[in-house]
Structure formats: C-alpha cells, structure tokens
Design a protein around this ligand. Structure first.
Ligand SMILES: [Zn+2]
Length: 272
C-alpha cells in the first residue's frame, strides 16, 4: 500500500510539473470542488484617486465579469469624479488607503506612511481626516477597513485604528491571525500582479498564478488559515497590456469554475 501511495504522489508531483499555470489553477479549483468546499477569492485594487482611462478600463472589466471589487482609495488626493464614476457600480466597495500615500520612512527603511516615525496623534488625526473625506464622497460604499500604503503599518497603531472605528486591516501575505490583539480583523492579499522591483510591469502568468495557487493549496492543506479568502491585488494605474489581459482571463476562468467563489469586500474583510 505504501508503495502505491508513494507512486501516486510522485505521479501527482510529475503531472504538476507538466501542467501549464492555468491548468494548475484549474486543477487546484477541482480539488476544492471535489472536497465540497468553495475556494473563496476577493479582489482589491489600490491607489484610486479619480476618473482616468485606466479606471474606466477597470470598471469595464468589473462590470463585464460581475466580480466584486474593493477600491483602496487615497483620501488626501481623492476627487469627486471618482465618486461619480462609481455611481452605477453597486458591486464596488471603497477602502481607505492610508491618508496621502506619503513615505515617512527614515534613511534605509522601507517605504511606510503609517509608521512609528511620526507622533501617533499626527497619524491618527490624518486618518480621521481621511475617513471624513471618503465618507463624504462614498457614504455607505466606504467600509471601515484600512489598507496601509505599501502594505506596511506599525502594530502600535492597531489600538488607535480600532478606537477610530476601523474594524479590519488589509495588507499582503497570508495572515497569521484572523483577529489581531486589539479586535481588528485582518484579510490580506496574496497575489500582486505588478513586479515593482522588476520594472513596475506585469509579474508574468507563471509567477502570478503560482502565488494564487500556492495560497489556495496552503489553505486546502491546512498550512494557512483556510478561512482567509485569497486576495488578488491589482493597481489599475500601473497596468500594462499584459496585466489587463491576465486579469480578464483570471476573472473569466474563476467565474466559470464551480470550485471558485468571489466574495464581496465586506464578506472577505469583515465577515458580513
Ligand atoms: Zn498604494
């Protein structure tokens, strides 16, 4: 029996190697379906500020595929034109993306806006002001979810966020806990379409699908929190043609597969 099992596993490993990345995604979703489970996914797009041709394209894709989208929006730069554009898109939620997307990192540190470099009161005041800006424009479309610029935040600010009324945080990479000490929930993204260090262009089909499949597989096998929906992260203002093509195909393939289910942002981040 042991020999048979090993052979099966070896066969499975070899067949994975010979699969195209899209076939691997399909095979992973097949596994979820066979288990009677839904491979939950959600879609976050960062850095929205106003109506642009790229935003138009993003909204077109969203509408075409009917996939819920969370727009992480920069409060200090947001313009009314963005709110007008979203009027006829009920499946779009707005999340707060820091305040001004300004880097306050010290020399040699990685980029950060919500860090410990400035007094907490200053950061808190900015966030509050940012929330008011967004609330005035987006009303109930705005969810109490903070998306820190560069996906980085000092944990010292967690209790402040909770005190201000935010209920969830969204960064990048698999979460270690669904709920942080202070009561904030956490729902991250796991696949970034852009290769920021390699020329700010599309990461490529293989590595992007690998990020998605790796997280789905880790959830399925119990190596990651199975209840954290796999987050797809896009940046419409930085997309090249390959990026748009990939996103279109991904949304289409996941929509067609009965093993996959897209979550609205409030369900993914707040469990509602
Ligand atoms: Zn950003």
């Amino acid at each position: 029996m042991v020999v048979v099992k090993l052979t099966d596993e070896r066969w499975a490993a070899e067949s994975l190697v010979s699969m195209s990345p899209w076939q691997r995604l399909s095979a992973e979703l097949d596994q979820w379906q066979a288990l009677g489970r839904a491979a939950t996914l959600w879609w976050r797009d960062d850095d929205a500020v106003t109506a642009t041709p790229a935003l138009e394209k993003l909204l077109g894709l969203q509408r075409h595929h009917g996939v819920p989208l969370a727009l992480a929006t920069i409060p200090a730069q947001v313009q009314e034109a963005l709110a007008c554009k979203l009027e006829h898109h009920p499946q779009i939620a707005v999340l707060q993306h820091g305040y001004a997307h300004e880097n306050h990192a010290g020399e040699g540190e990685r980029a950060i806006e919500l860090g410990a470099q400035r007094p907490r009161e200053v950061v808190v005041e900015e966030l509050q002001k940012g929330w008011c800006n967004l609330r005035a424009l987006f009303a109930h479309r705005l969810l109490p979810v903070m998306v820190p610029p560069w996906n980085r935040i000092s944990p010292e600010l967690y209790p402040d966020l909770y005190g201000l009324g935010y209920r969830a945080l969204s960064c990048f990479s698999p979460r270690s806990h669904a709920e942080l000490d202070c009561g904030l929930l956490q729902s991250n993204c796991h696949a970034d379409l852009i290769d920021w260090r390699g020329g700010r262009r599309f990461r490529g089909e293989d590595p992007t699908l690998e990020q998605i499949c790796d997280h789905l597989q880790a959830r399925r096998q119990g190596r990651a929190d199975a209840t954290e929906a796999t987050g797809i992260l896009s940046h419409h203002l930085a997309h090249d043609d390959d990026c748009w093509r990939f996103l279109d195909t991904l949304l289409d393939r996941c929509n067609r597969h009965p093993g996959a289910r897209w979550l609205e942002a409030d369900e993914a981040c707040l469990g509602q």
